[in-house]
Design a protein around this ligand. Sequence first.
Ligand SMILES: [Zn+2]
Length: 112
Amino acid sequence: MYHFPYCQLRFSFQVMELTPNVKYLHIGCDEVFQMGECSKCSQVPRDNLFLGHVSRVAKWVKRHYPAVTPIIWDDMLRHVLVSSIEEYHLHELVEPMVSENFLYYNELSLAD
Ligand SMILES: [Zn+2]
């Protein structure tokens, strides 16, 4: 059911080999608009697909590089329930990188 991003992991290996002793690895995960579109994934809630993906990638990073903390952009987490984040243990796996000066179109009315 889950389509694991092997190309992303191979790229991460290359980045880590070129930058030894780093403490953080930014794994992106921002602006994920195309997700859950195939017949199998469309049966899973989008938040679960996203949280499951981030969890798997972060666990992969920690398994191969225990001293490295994965970082993700915060935008996909802004609407997610804390209980869902805890369910996938993201609070133990990743550090969110918050962009204070960037609002998405659907958040503009909240900024007034
Ligand atoms: Zn799929």
